[in-house]
Design a protein around this ligand. Sequence first.
Ligand code: GLU
Ligand code: MG
Length: 355
Amino acid sequence: ARMLADVETLQGDPWELCPRSLLKDFLSRLAARGLQIQAAFENEFTLSDQTETGWEPVDQLNCFSSAAMDLASPFILPLIDALEQQGIKVEKYYPEAGPGQQEIPIRHQAGLLAADQQVVFKETVRGVALAHGYRVSFMPKISPAFAGNGCHIHFSLWDEGRNLFYDPAGEFNLSGTARHFMGGILKHLPALMALTAPTTNSYRRFVERCWSSSYTCWGPDNREASVRAASGYQGQEAATVNLEYRPCDPTCNPYLALSGLICAGLDGIENELDPGDPVLTDPALLSAEERRALNMNAYPTDLESALSALEQNSVLLSGFGENRITDYLTMKRAEISMLDSLGDEGERQAYEFRF
Ligand code: GLU
Ligand code: MG
């Protein structure tokens, strides 16, 4: 059994740094404009079992391999049951590109429930793994040789059952609202990444041509873009067109990550920000000059750079409140200095089975 709760003071007042209350606050700001958000966190993780030499990924097979599916099935089948028993709808399952890497996209839900589901999802994955003799890691980049574990956030804005990101007349079926929201996200990257890629290890994941995205840009179904405008399902476009934010990994606090997205997106909507031209190709194929012309910047290479960007971002500072950001920066900087002395292997030990 589990219970998700807001954090209150001993007097029963809302605690000013409670992440879940912050998200509720951002959802109210959306609601004040007649908007609701639907979202889904799309986790990847690495499944390992015990061998004579220690915990090793359960397979070294190809991406989407059905043989890898067979190997993972003693864990995946009870996992799906456990998720569904808790009301989480599993939409797909497939073994991903990395050794032992798994992906289970789940059904989107309204704002708070989407973030709650992310907590339940990770707890359930870990619990079912332990119960069946496996271990899982949500570490963003376990090894430079492995595909990273991402946690893309799919989302769309709704009003009374109408998907406001969809416009049949818009380029790639996208509405002005969707474009402005993206404009806000791109403007506030990399500050936003301090919340969505919040560990030192997160920055090892952003490698060209690994589908993690590594430059600020957007594009239709572009898996190397910060925001992928995801095509709707054929014939159901009005209900399924959505945006996918990719520089997020499963070490994020989902309440802070979703709050950050809403904060940046609202700034985009309020100021009608333009996301710029879509990128229709792999940014790694463009020259540095071509990337500059498209206003594309390389992501920060470490957590401290993203934290500094957050520290200087007036929209996130005022949206989250200065105390909350100051506290977050203090915690994250303490984490950086603790890990500094431990080296690469120490970082792996600190993160591999912790999240
Ligand atoms: N593993 C990739 C990442 O690090 C994502 C692969 C995919 O598109 O699902 O984000
Ligand atoms: Mg994937």
